[in-house]
Design a protein around this ligand. Structure first.
Ligand code: ATP
Ligand code: MG
Length: 247
């Protein structure tokens, strides 16, 4: 096995839950309802992945596939300041690609990002690849009756490519995922099931580590390991701050 690295999340409690942080050569999935902190965690990792290895970074660049127009450079600046990194440099090291359809999302991975990630120059070395969200565009593009099996097939192809990239280039892959919502009977109303990630067995199969997030009091968030063969199903509490994820 390659030199596996764990990238810190910014919270020592969450790091401990994950056995040290987000691991390279595998896919870590985070799922939870809206505002549960998935995107904030992704932004924090964009910065911590660039930290020296001695302080649980990956000393690498970051690729961010943004499907919901949620990438915020100004958040990166604040988080970089917390870690005493040069915000401009940190931003320069994040390659953001906006995806508009599920097919576009696949092409970005397969064509645009692959060129950069496969570049052998040391200054081009990537440590982290984020897909926020991995499933949202697939839900939109295959929302009709009878399209579920095609959606799952396409999603499976995307996840396989992700996994291959992560292993080939010793990348930490971090994906966000929504939870299922079902009509609650009243007109147009839906209830989310915070324990049911979208994508079923396709996502379950490809993700090595799955984190279920829920909101706690105030800015507190609770992370729980979901369905892991290796990690105990413990919980960790962290907070979202202006400097990103903290204890
Ligand atoms: P969605 O499913 O809608 O994408 P999400 O899980 O990605 O949701 P985030 O965008 O990560 O949710 O979390 C948003 C929450 O993060 C806000 O409601 C707020 O509580 C917290 N947050 C965002 N920015 C800051 C900040 N600068 N300082 C403190 N907390 C913040
Ligand atoms: Mg989000």
């Amino acid at each position: 096995r390659k030199n596996l690295i764990h990238i810190t999340t910014g919270s020592s409690a969450l790091d401990e839950l994950l056995g040290g942080g987000i691991e390279t050569s595998s896919i870590t999935e985070v799922f939870g309802e809206f505002r549960s902190g998935k995107t904030q965690l992704a932004h924090t990792l964009c910065v911590t992945a660039q930290l020296p290895k001695s302080v649980n970074g990956a000393e690498g660049r970051v690729a961010y596939i943004d499907t919901e127009n949620c990438f915020r450079p100004e958040r990166i600046v604040e988080i970089a300041e917390r870690f005493e990194l040069d915000p401009e440099e940190v931003l320069d090291n994040i390659l953001v690609a906006r995806a508009y359809t599920s097919e576009h999302q696949r092409q970005i991975l397969q064509i645009e990002l692959l060129v950069h990630i496969a570049a052998k120059m040391v200054e081009e070395t990537f440590g982290l690849l984020i897909v926020d969200s991995a499933t949202a565009l697939f839900r939109v593009d295959y929302s009709g009756r009878g399209e579920l099996s095609e959606r799952q097939q396409k999603l499976n192809r995307f996840m396989s490519q992700l996994l291959k990239l992560s292993e080939q280039f010793n990348l930490a892959v971090f994906i966000t995922n929504q939870v299922m919502s079902t009509p609650d009977g009243s007109a147009g109303m839906f209830v989310v099931d915070p324990k049911k990630p979208v994508g079923g067995h396709v996502i379950a199969h490809a993700s090595t580590t799955r984190i279920m997030l829920r909101k706690g009091r105030g800015e507190q968030r609770v992370a729980k390991i979901y369905d892991s063969p290796m990690l105990a199903e413990n919980e960790a509490t962290f907070e979202v701050s202006s400097g990103g994820v903290i204890d």
